[in-house]
Design a protein around this ligand. Structure first.
Ligand code: ADP
Ligand code: ASP
Ligand code: MG
Length: 490
């Protein structure tokens, strides 16, 4: 069997869902399990409705829910002949009735807890899986809706719940495996799950990719396909840099680094279950199903480009913690990290000097309580609106001159670097810049690192004309250590 995940833009309207049905048909013989996101924009709209309700604006919240009801009913009626529409309509209506009840409750209490947020957001994927399964069935494909809340079992950390893998595997074996064995096509919502007590949870924004990979690993799929709105994983975000090119093959390690450092095309945790079971993951374009896409697997041949890709993670804050009396006492770093850990704030980069420690973290995770705890230890200051840029590639291992090249490019773009980290992962150079500098830095880096002519002779990708000795030719497992033909793919 295989897992096919379709993101929000791939199921945004009736035309997109028609395309999904044809893509699923093309793989029907491989026993697909389909995982779908909410229709594009719906999760944000549900959140906005919840926030309106929590602020006491019940009418606006219910209006928003009504707009969503209409959009889903219209999409379903465009996709389905009248008999199957008549079957799915009551399910949709009853979901939206429940949603309106929930919003009314939130407006009464003026409280939107993480637990209610999860219940609210779960509607997006519940109704999209209703519609997609019915659309498949109406096209002669044996689509069967599966309630993800009965299969993906998590802990109770609402809005960022962690899967309970053993229980999830058992549920999938009990509920999904029998459908696959009789060649039905299970369709389930991504992103959502439930606790052992059946309370709805979500596994973090963008989490449908992760759901697909959890299902793929638990059911030992032959491959996991992530269908999205770009040709595959690209050398950088194509929405940031029009010269971004498709990467045909990339290693698990490289892709996982990119996903953790801002390549939104994959949820950061997506590759972990796939790596554990060594299942290849493909990123494919639902608007161009014949396209090659990107294959992510354990080992891929190197090419002559110095890096595989560049990612940028915005919404970062640098937290500076200064030691008292102008120095850092022994054990101080441990104490500081323990505070971040206690507040479940993930630290992306750490730099320390004689007098202070700087930590780059996600802005959303810098809670006032965390800062208050740090202030008990030392003087604290924050620099918001920062971004982490990551340059990633197996070719960085031991590569002489690469740091000079990267920082030469950034300097040439007129961008100041605030923090640097290299070596923690041998395949990544990370640095922090102001958020507003991201486009200039990434475009310049991309044009310096991926110019075809520059790949041919190693020294030529140095931006400032600096010539360094040629590195020794690669002698490892390289079977095809050759420059790819010029063109849009590398
Ligand atoms: P979906 O709704 O299908 O899950 P997302 O919006 O979550 O899609 O992810 C796709 C988006 O990821 C693209 O539109 C693109 O802007 C962004 N992206 C960021 N970095 C990359 C990259 N290296 N390669 C491809 N897309 C990227
Ligand atoms: N619908 C969810 C979100 O927008 C999950 C996903 O699309 O992956 O975050
Ligand atoms: Mg996504």
């Amino acid at each position: 069997m295989i897992v096919m995940k379709f993101g929000g833009t791939s199921v945004e309207d009736a035309t997109a869902i028609e395309r999904v049905a044809e893509i699923v048909r093309s793989r029907a013989a491989e026993d697909p399990v389909v995982v779908v996101s909410a229709l594009a924009g719906v999760t944000d709209q549900l959140l906005a409705a919840g926030q309106a309700a929590a602020s006491g604006d019940r009418d606006r919240a219910l209006e928003r829910a009504q707009v969503l009801r209409q959009r889903h009913l219209c999409t379903a009626s465009e996709l389905l002949p009248s008999a199957p529409f008549g079957k799915v309509k009551p399910a949709l209506e009853s979901s939206f009735d429940l949603l309106q009840e929930l919003l009314t409750g939130v407006a009464t209490l003026r409280e939107l807890s993480p637990r209610s947020t999860d219940c609210l957001l779960s509607f997006g994927e519940l109704v999209s899986s209703d519609i997609v399964s019915a659309a498949l069935a109406a096209r002669g494909l044996a689509g069967e809706r599966v309630d993800a809340r009965e299969c993906l079992i998590t802990d109770a950390s609402h809005t960022k719940a962690a899967p309970l893998f053993d229980e999830t595997r058992a549920r999938l074996e009990a509920r999904v495996r029998p459908l696959v064995e009789r060649h039905s096509i299970p369709v389930m919502g991504g992103f959502i799950g439930a606790t052992l007590d059946g309370i709805p949870t979500t596994i973090g924004r963008g989490g449908s990719d992760y759901s697909a990979s959890i299902v793929g690993a638990a059911m030992e799929a032959e491959r996991i396909e992530i269908w999205t709105d770009v040709p595959g994983m690209m050398t950088t975000d194509p929405n940031l840099c029009s010269e971004a090119r498709l990467i045909q093959e990339i290693s698990f390690e490289e892709a996982a680094e990119l996903a953790s450092f801002g390549a939104k095309v994959l949820h950061p945790a997506t590759l972990l279950p796939a790596i554990e079971k060594n299942i290849p993951v493909y990123v494919l374009n639902s608007r161009d199903p014949a396209g090659a896409g990107t294959c992510i697997r354990a080992h891929v041949p190197r090419n002559h480009y110095p890096v595989r890709a560049i990612a940028a993670k915005r919404n970062s804050t640098i937290v500076n913690v200064a030691g008292e009396r102008g120095e850092i006492p022994r054990g101080f770093l441990r104490e500081v990290l323990a505070v971040f850990d206690r507040h479940e704030c993930q630290v992306d980069i750490v730099a320390s000097s004689q007098v202070r420690i700087s930590l780059a973290v996600e802005s959303g995770s810098v809670a006032p309580e965390l800062l208050a705890d740090l202030e008990r230890l030392a003087e604290v200051s924050c620099e918001p609106r920062q971004a982490i840029v990551s340059v990633v590639g197996e070719n960085l291992r031991g590569r002489q001159g690469i740091a000079a090249s990267v920082f030469g490019s950034v300097a040439a773009a007129g961008v100041n670097v605030r923090m640097i980290s290299q070596g923690a992962s041998e395949i990544t150079i990370n640095f922090v810049i102001q958020e507003e500098d991201v486009p200039a830095a990434v475009r310049r880096l991309h044009s310096d690192l991926f110019a075809d002519a520059k790949a041919e002779e190693d020294w030529r990708w140095l931006p400032s004309g600096v010539r360094l000795p040629q590195p020794a030719p690669a002698t490892d497992t390289d079977e095809s250590n050759e420059v790819n033909a010029h063109g849009p793919e590398i």
